[in-house]
Design a protein around this ligand. Structure first.
Ligand code: AMP
Length: 420
């Protein structure tokens, strides 16, 4: 088979790495890819949001299956366009991707189908939001409705911070049109967990659990980022919680899809808060999470192409999916200054290491004059398996300690249990 993977981050490197293990695959292209992805597939210079360019490429290169990494291509309707052209593609269509593309839509969806979530209200007028905010109590959470690259969520500890957030998002349009509408919601206390599920239009099969570390610095200090590391399984996600999540959140979501005539195929990501009143759904994502994918796929034993075929064909029920009992930990090596401003173009040294239990996924790298250089805020995602989380963590940090680039930094507490 010939496969096209769309995207350029650590998630896409993990997807290409896993897909390359399938005996059914003879060639993998990645658009646009990065320095590490180029070592195991052919990178092509087409951006992830260039739907027409990607379509032309897939048609002219007889691509058998396209796998979409980032949300932006899904929101642009790439799945609908490929299907109209009789191309097989893994991901939800534009209507289904709205669950991630609009937070106001997804909150209304959760409320309509009684899926447990934080109390909220949507606003398209700043003055009305300002009038109501005190009713939510502080801290409260303010979210830009549209896609904001993981940065559109602000936790305001008092009225002054909430007013600033509303002004930034709705007045100054800090996130562009993504901020035409905001969601204001109750702050939930608890431990987070990420559950990704394969969904084939009929059934949802959850993958092993994961938990990501969003803050830039140790002890969950510093700014929110796209993710500084992850662990699988999630510390607090036991069988009892999994059963409640299945019944109250995943199954209800599937029933809601039927009622709304939404045909969801692909990966659906449930961002959960495990509160003392039970698990609540913070958000849906319409794709593999990053960096959760870099730990979850380490544990997948089944051929990912077989699973993707079953998703597209609506045959998941007959597919057995096997996971390793090992734990996985990944640590993101970032550019000094991230998630604010940082410099690029530094040579990465020490990357030659080869560990039987670990993989270094590239997130923001390119090859220049034969050298691998940094090109992004999140540069590398170092991942490893271990019989225990502790062992996986030790292996990851051992690998990371051998890699260096100017101003590199990473959290030292990934994979350590956090208090509830
Ligand atoms: P979201 O994009 O909606 O998942 O929000 C990003 C992050 O903001 C989440 O992973 C949480 O850490 C935090 N967050 C979002 N909503 C809430 C909430 N209602 N209460 C507490 N934290 C939240």
């Amino acid at each position: 088979m010939k496969i096209l993977v769309i995207g350029s981050g650590g998630r896409e490197h993990a997807l290409v790495w896993k897909i390359a293990q399938s005996p059914r695959v003879e060639k993998i292209y990645c658009a646009p890819g990065n320095g590490g992805i180029g070592e195991i597939s052919e990178c092509i210079d087409i951006k992830a949001d260039d739907v027409d360019g990607l379509l032309r490429f897939a048609l002219s290169h007889d691509i058998d299956l396209t796998v979409v990494g980032p949300e932006v291509a899904l929101s642009l309707g790439i799945v609908d366009v490929f299907m109209e052209n009789n191309l097989r593609i893994f991901g939800p269509n534009q209507k289904a991707a709205m669950l991630e593309g609009s937070k106001a839509f997804s909150k209304d969806f959760m409320q309509k189908y009684q899926i447990p979530t934080a109390k909220y209200k949507n606003y398209d007028e700043a003055s009305e939001a300002l009038r109501d905010i005190d009713d939510f109590g502080y801290p409260l959470v303010i979210k830009a409705d549209g896609l904001a690259a993981g940065k559109g969520v602000i936790i305001a500890k008092d009225r002054a911070e909430a007013e600033d957030a509303i002004k930034d998002i709705m007045g100054d349009k800090k996130f562009g049109i993504a901020g035409n509408i905001i969601v204001v919601e109750e702050f939930l206390q608890g431990e987070e967990a990420s559950i990704l599920a394969f969904v084939d239009g009929n059934v949802a099969i959850p993958m092993v659990s994961a938990q990501d570390y969003k803050r830039a610095l140790d002890d969950d200090k510093g700014l929110n980022t796209g993710g500084m590391g992850a662990v699988s399984p999630a510390f607090y996600y036991n069988d009892e919680i999994a059963e409640i999540v299945k019944k109250d959140i995943i199954d209800k979501t599937m029933e809601a899809f039927k009622a709304e005539a939404i045909e969801y195929k692909g990966v659906l990501y449930f961002g959960l808060m495990l509160t003392k009143d039970g698990p609540k759904l913070l958000e849906y994502n319409a794709r593999f999470g990053d960096p959760e994918t870099e730990v979850v796929l380490m544990r997948l034993e089944t051929d990912l192409i077989d699973i993707m075929d079953a998703v597209i064909d609506g045959a998941l029920e007959d597919t057995s999916i096997k996971w390793s009992d090992d734990s996985a930990v990944c640590v993101v090596m970032a550019s000094g200054g991230y998630p604010e401003s940082y410099n690029n173009g530094f040579e990465i040294k020490g990357l030659t290491l080869n560990s039987s239990n670990g993989v270094v996924f590239h997130a923001g790298t390119a090859i220049k004059n034969g050298k691998i250089i940094t090109t992004g805020g999140r540069v590398l995602v170092v991942s490893a398996l271990g019989e225990t989380t502790k062992q996986a963590r030790e292996r990851v940090y051992e690998m990371a300690s051998k890699i260096d680039f100017e101003k590199a930094f990473y959290r030292k507490d990934i994979g350590m249990k956090k208090g509830l």
